[in-house]
Design a protein around this ligand. Structure first.
Ligand SMILES: [Zn+2]
Ligand SMILES: [Zn+2]
Length: 388
């Protein structure tokens, strides 16, 4: 019985990145794990197959050998390379990755699948870049330069994967189609060509610089324009800026995931900004003007009327965040809280005591009203215990 293609077993494309492999492996291993399928021999075989495929493809050297020679790479001496059954080890690996960080998952292109037959060109992987900016930068927009290591076309072979002076030749097994038909009983089934692994061509003399893959890893510098008004969690797609394709295939996309640092003064709700500002008791009682910060770096004045209470909000129109791809602008809400004076001098204490003696319910209608309601409440019980 001929062995199945490792990439097929894991349902990933040949250009799958390490993290894509891991995600695919995790998913399958969870499904077919013997603990979850007690007594199911088929699941056990599947599980071993998945394990073997992953052990090979997750190891850079073994994968390169497999890419070039297929299963034959491991068949000398019989028995293949010692794929142990290190259940414990790699199950913990699965769970670490499951619950560790969610970064790598998601993003990538939906598993290669269909597009393979007959084509020697495979699309490059999508990439993710996490970019953290300040609220000020989200307000004004930002030109950002990022650096990242990514697969680019190999300069030595111009992406063909073949050594200078040589050319890939069409695969004889499949006639360049990438898939072969085999009769099995009454059925003819089609599967990935075992000689060229679906590429349709064979490289006899691989390029030394890229080991025949047609691409190499380089640090790339990219400029990104972050538009004004972006919000936390926004994703910017840069088409064609992901990994270069295999052997001249189209490039993947780059996804920039934005997060915005918490701000010292401002909380954001959509396009509106909120800022809590302390005001002193005298300003609150007698009226006055306070100076408040604005996200554009300027300041503005807010008139505080006499008798202002804690939690009162003042709206400053048009001083919030810009709305992405629109001319609308949010508002700035200033919420004040009255700060009770502390560390009084003897003289200040006397003045406040004097004020206290002259104060009436008219000065504090809120508390007068509240305590009169409390008295009524207790009178309802016939006690009047709370009477002062
Ligand atoms: Zn090359
Ligand atoms: Zn072939």
């Amino acid at each position: 019985m001929s062995k199945r293609d490792y990439y097929e077993i894991l349902s990933v494309s040949k250009t799958a990145t390490d993290s894509e492999l891991k995600v695919a492996f995790r998913k399958l291993a969870m499904t077919y794990h013997p603990d979850r399928n007690p007594g199911n021999a088929e699941a056990e075989i599947k599980f071993k197959e998945i394990n073997e495929a992953y052990q090979c493809l997750s190891d850079g050297q073994k994968r390169a050998a497999y890419d070039r020679f297929g299963h034959a790479a491991f068949q000398q001496g019989g028995g293949g390379p010692g794929f142990g059954n290190e259940f414990g080890d790699f199950m913990s690996d699965i769970f670490d990755n499951f619950f560790g960080d969610g970064r790598a998952a998601g993003g990538g292109r939906a598993a290669g699948g269909g597009a393979r037959g007959g084509s020697t060109r495979e699309r490059g992987a999508d990439l993710r870049y996490n970019l953290e900016i300040t609220l000020e930068e989200a307000f004004a927009g930002k030109a950002e330069t990022i650096k990242m290591a990514t697969a680019v076309t190999c300069e030595t072979c111009s992406g063909t994967g073949a050594k200078a002076g040589s050319k890939p030749r069409p695969c004889q097994t499949c006639g360049g189609y990438g898939r072969v038909r085999a009769a099995q009983g009454f059925f003819a089934i089609e599967r990935t060509c075992p000689t060229c692994h679906g590429r349709g061509e064979v490289i006899d003399d691989p390029c030394g610089a890229c080991s025949g893959s047609g691409r190499v890893t380089r640090e790339r510098t990219l400029s990104i324009n972050v538009p004004a008004g972006v919000d936390d969690g926004l994703r910017i797609r840069l088409a064609g800026e992901g990994e270069t394709g295999l052997r001249g295939g189209p490039a993947g996309d780059l996804y920039v995931f934005l997060s915005i640092k918490p701000h010292e003064f401002f909380q954001r709700d959509g396009a509106d900004l909120f800022c809590r500002v302390p005001i002193n008791m005298v300003t609150a009682a007698l009226s006055g003007e306070i100076t408040v910060p604005v996200i554009d770096g300027s300041q503005t004045q807010v008139r505080i009327p006499a008798g202002t209470q804690t939690a009162k909000q003042f709206r400053i129109k048009g001083k919030g965040m810009p709305v992405l791809r629109s001319r609308d602008v949010g508002d700035l809400y200033i919420q004040v809280f009255v700060e009770t004076p502390q560390n009084l001098t003897k003289r200040q204490r006397e003045l406040l005591q004097e004020f206290g003696q002259s104060a009436s319910d008219d000065n504090h209608p809120e508390s007068a009203g509240f305590f009169s309601k409390v008295r009524d409440f207790f009178d309802g019980f016939g006690g009047g215990a709370a009477r002062q």
